[in-house]
Design a protein around this ligand. Sequence first.
Ligand code: BG6
Length: 517
Amino acid sequence: MLDAAALNNPLREGLSEARTVQSCIMVIFGATGDLTQRKLLPALYSLAADQPPLPASFTVVGVARRPWTNEEFRNVAKEGIQNYARQPYDDALWESFSQGIFYEQVEFDDDAGYRRLGETLDRLDHERGTGGNRVYYLATAPNYYSDIVTRMGAAGMVQRTTSGPSWGRLIVEKPFGHDLSSARQLNADLNQVFKEDQIYRIDHYLGKETVQNILVLRFGNGIFEPIWDRRYIDHVQITVAENIGVEGRGGYYETSGALRDMMQNHLLQLLSLTAMEPPTGFHANEVRDEKVKVLHALVPLREEEVAHCVVRGQYGSGWVGSEQVPGYREEKGVAPNSQTETFVAAKLHIDNWRWAGVPFYLRTGKRLPKRVTEVAIQFKKPPFSLFRNTGADELQPNLLSLRIQPNEGIALKFGVKSPGQAMHVRAVNMDFLYGSSFGGEPPEAYERLLLDCMLGDSTLFTRRDETEAAWTLVDSLEDSWRLAPEETKVQSYDPGTWGPHAADQLIERDGRSWRRL
Ligand code: BG6
């Protein structure tokens, strides 16, 4: 028999229509922050405007320290929805949606505040018919997470089931800890109050359509999987490039850097989806079992390898087009001698049968030439060169690029004969573009993830062991930086370039080069 989550999992063929949620209250801790206004409320509004819509009784309770009224919170919500929601703003829909938005001021260390909040939630359950179902969303600064959950538990606000007549679930925003030991501690704290199957650790990359499509491309087609291994693939490149700087988040970024902000979560998620074995079914645990095996198989770098396998960069000041931009060290909240990396490139190996000897080159950074995320599968050259002196030898071998964003799509590069009497071979692209094939805008990542949580489907959320395995790798990189500080010190790069020169050397040393994107 299929469980509720399986029935609601659209990756299961034929079951894609059953996406109707039970009504609930979403309680957002950190409601006055940017994430709530730019992402969460617009995503909820778009879900309310979607088909099937969220139930009319769906309720949001914003919780934070500022003394806002319901009215003030609704105004901020309205502005966020008008500016950022995928679905167009509609007065009538806003009228009904806003009736379900409330605000409660709570100091995060004040037990009385949680008891008051609990009473408000009980009252709203009664008035709005939300049946005691709750999604709690932690969107505060991460140092409050443990305390909030512990006090919620003490106030008796938490249902100990993820399904049933009255359920409770917890969504945790990133960063989930800042190293392995803090992540373990946080997991232990959360598990005091919530069971593992009630905890939804969010990585918004998993909510992106194109990221989910990595699984469909690999396991929904017969032609790719037989060649998806060391016999045919030369290497894999994963790029997550941003053209923006730290955008006023210098204070946070100083404690994180590109390694923690992007590599620990988004890049390693892309890597595990690309490298995992086929799961036996599309259920939360089967998919995550396979992903976590990849993370466990990542080979920690040996001390003598670090200098060659990891590069850290930091953007300096300069011009991007006609705009003059500050260097990272001049950003608000950043130390003038900061050693925090805004760029990181690494060469990793996965120690298993499928990937033995296939390097995975990863890079991510801010103030790079453009915003682009791509997974590129570089195939090997044909074993024998039949078309010598025809241009074929100089051709790049086949390449499959999964363009995650923007211009979402998939392209396969291969050689063809140029028309004419002579035998000339040229590389061409076979291109699939989401925009042209499907039109319209796909749902935002947060829409998908919030809905999945309300449905009780945790396939696209990170499990405890996955988070800890990712931190194990990140810790090993950091340790090696400490062991070889000179060789791995952060190198400056000009804004609008692809990072420090050493990043090119990292891959060129192996006779390969980064994709020109
Ligand atoms: C966030 C990081 O997780 O992802 C940000 O904290 C980064 O620093 C953002 O800008 C990138 O997300 P996206 O969806 O724009 O690629």
